[in-house]
Structures are given as structure tokens and as C-alpha cells.
Design a protein. Structure first.
Length: 146
């Protein structure tokens, strides 16, 4: 008698487990996307993020170098041209980026434009504009102080 009850309980558990798996699968597929596709999209976006962070780090380092050279021997016109090159390289990195990054790029581009204008005009705010640009670029850059 105990084996009959044991078998019935086992069958009930199998049915409940099967129903749970079916329900879980349907909830999972409710989005209509394949798990592999979701993982691939997330991996692609993570790769884009990593590429953008690397491009920002490079632009950050180059902008700091421009600021140092400007203080030493570089003319304002040379600094503006160099900064334009940094902007062009960073723009290429953002060209293929996802939508959220486009807004970020527009903000960065505005800071680049302001810094270049200050350099070309030779105003006293040149270093302030470069410092503001550097601050925005360093948002994702890890330094030894962190």
C-alpha cells in the first residue's frame, strides 16, 4: 500500500514539475525574444560601451596633453587643431553607438566646440573650457586615485 501512495505522490510531483516548467517557459517566451538573441544583444551593447569608454579615455589623455602643451609651448591655434583631431576620433567612436550614447555625444561635442572657440579666440577662459571638457571626459576614466 505504501508503494502505491509513493507512486501516486511521485506522479503528482512529476505533473506539478512539468506544469511549472511549461509555465516558466511560457513566461520566459512572453517577450517573444529568443534567449540567445537577448544575450547577443547585451554582449554587443557591452562591447560598444567598452569601446566608448576606451575612446573617452584616449580623448581624456590627449586633452590633458593638449592642456599641458598649451601651458608650455603650443600656440592656441595648434591646440585648437589638435583638439579638433581628438574630437574627430571620438566622433568616429560614437558614430555607431546606441541611442543613449548619441545624447552623450551631443553634450561632449558642445564642450569640444566651446573649448575650440575659446582657443581660437584666445580668451582668458581657454583653460577653464579645457578643464570642463576634461571633467566630462574623465567621468568613465579610472585613475590611480580611485
Amino acid at each position: 500500500m505504501e508503494t502505491k501512495q509513493g507512486n501516486i505522490i511521485e506522479w503528482v510531483l512529476v505533473v506539478i514539475t512539468t506544469l511549472t516548467l511549461i509555465l516558466t517557459y511560457q513566461v520566459y517566451n512572453r517577450t517573444g525574444e529568443n534567449f540567445g538573441t537577448v544575450v547577443e544583444q547585451n554582449a554587443d551593447q557591452a562591447m560598444e560601451n567598452a569601446e566608448l569608454v576606451a575612446a573617452r579615455a584616449k580623448a581624456y589623455a590627449r586633452t590633458i596633453a593638449i592642456r599641458a602643451e598649451l601651458a608650455a609651448e603650443m600656440t592656441a591655434e595648434e591646440a585648437a587643431e589638435e583638439l579638433d583631431d581628438v574630437e574627430a576620433d571620438l566622433e568616429m567612436a560614437y558614430a555607431e553607438a546606441y541611442d543613449e550614447a548619441n545624447q552623450e555625444w551631443r553634450e561632449l561635442q558642445s564642450d569640444f566646440d566651446q573649448a575650440e572657440a575659446e582657443l581660437r579666440d584666445g580668451t582668458a577662459d581657454t583653460l577653464d573650457a579645457l578643464n570642463m571638457l576634461i571633467s566630462r571626459l574623465e567621468a568613465d576614466v579610472r585613475t590611480d586615485e580611485e
